[in-house]
Design a protein. Structure first.
Length: 351
């Protein structure tokens, strides 16, 4: 395996920053800088710490250094007929596997395959005081520290600098087919609710502008049977369509205004506020708003909101968790980053 292990260089840099009480902004490919609150500009670059450490297709496990490009990991997997099941967005060619895990984002397959954190088997982490810690392992049965490894997914680097990550991977499907149905938002949600209780091999869904797109995976024979049951029109350029949803290059995401992401119960009715795109069998809703906030709207529907792409500086980006969860996050921050130098304020103003 190729690449460069820059662990000691990173340890030295973090120890120096701790001694100087100098906040650091952890940067991989920097393709997701827009997400979260803006933090210090003293940068800890991770791209020099790169390379696939190990990969065993038979065991369905890959371990890579955090600065490894996401595209390189996906290319290595594809060459062996495998993939990252959570279908993470990159938002740019420079995206790294460390940044992907730190942000905890999943793509269109999230509703069927589960979240990114479920595929994190182990991590090696650089704590804010210079300690190098290892949690989890490279096989599912090795559960030592498993919850800690998962905690790093979606922590935005606030709990430690990811050095290496071990991920569970899965085989590519034999075939895929996307069907499009002309439906309004309410009809689409009702259809998704109905299909969620069946054995249909539905792996992604997307509704916007009066059209519901459904992706199914399996053998050609299975997909023929699905099409007979579901109906609709076959989407010919489905690969590029789903890529445009995953990478937010679809025209919906280019609308003027701030982009909000809502996580709601699938049964929640469609909101009329702004332009809307619905994913994950109804549980993820995107809204483009020229002004206003969606925090209260999401809370009233039993969910939470994220100001995903603000139009300017924003103080509140994520729905603030309940106090018990905040205390847990704060206590973990003290353990892993006692000087508070790693991405301080990236998620919430107070830590």
């Amino acid at each position: 395996m190729s690449g460069h292990d820059a662990t000691q260089e990173l340890v030295d840099r973090v120890q120096h920053a701790t001694a100087q009480r100098m906040p650091l902004r952890i940067v991989g490919g920097d393709t997701k800088r827009f997400l979260g609150r803006q933090v210090a500009d003293d940068v800890l670059h991770m791209t020099g710490h790169a390379g696939i450490v190990s990969y065993d297709p038979a065991e369905l496990v890959i371990t890579a250094r955090a600065g490894t490009r996401l595209a390189d990991v996906e290319a290595e997997l594809a060459a062996n007929g495998q993939r990252l099941p959570f279908e993470p967005p990159s938002f740019g060619e420079a995206a790294t596997i460390g940044g992907t895990v730190a942000c905890g984002l999943s793509g269109p397959a999230r509703a069927s395959s589960g979240p990114l954190r479920d595929y994190v088997l182990g991590v090696r982490v650089l704590a804010g005081d210079g300690r190098v810690l290892r949690f989890g392992g490279e096989v599912m049965k090795n559960v030592a520290g498993y919850d800690v490894a998962r905690t790093m997914a979606g922590a935005f680097g606030t709990l430690g600098v990811l050095l290496d990550v071990s991920l569970k991977v899965l085989p590519l499907p034999p075939a895929t087919r996307t069907l499009s149905l002309p439906l309004d938002a309410s009809q689409a949600l009702a259809t998704l609710e109905r299909y969620a209780g069946t054995a249909l091999p539905l792996t992604a869904s997307c509704w916007t502008a009066g059209s519901l797109s459904l992706r199914f995976e399996g053998s050609e024979r299975t997909l023929d049977d699905v099409q007979r049951r579901v109906g609709g029109t076959v989407v010919q350029d489905a690969t590029n369509f789903w890529r445009s949803i995953r990478e937010q290059t679809h025209r919906f995401f280019n609308g003027p205004g701030a982009l909000w992401r809502l996580h709601l119960p699938a049964s929640a009715p469609a909101s009329p506020q702004g332009e809307t795109l619905i994913e994950w069998n109804g549980t993820q809703r995107w809204h483009v708003l020229g002004s206003g906030s969606m925090f209260d709207v999401a809370a009233a529907a039993g969910g939470h909101a994220t100001l995903f792409r603000p139009t300017g500086p924003a103080d509140h980006v994520f729905t603030r968790p309940a106090e018990p969860l905040l205390r847990l996050h704060a206590s973990l921050k003290k353990v892993f980053d006692p000087a508070g130098i790693l991405n301080p304020g990236r998620m919430y103003p107070d830590f």
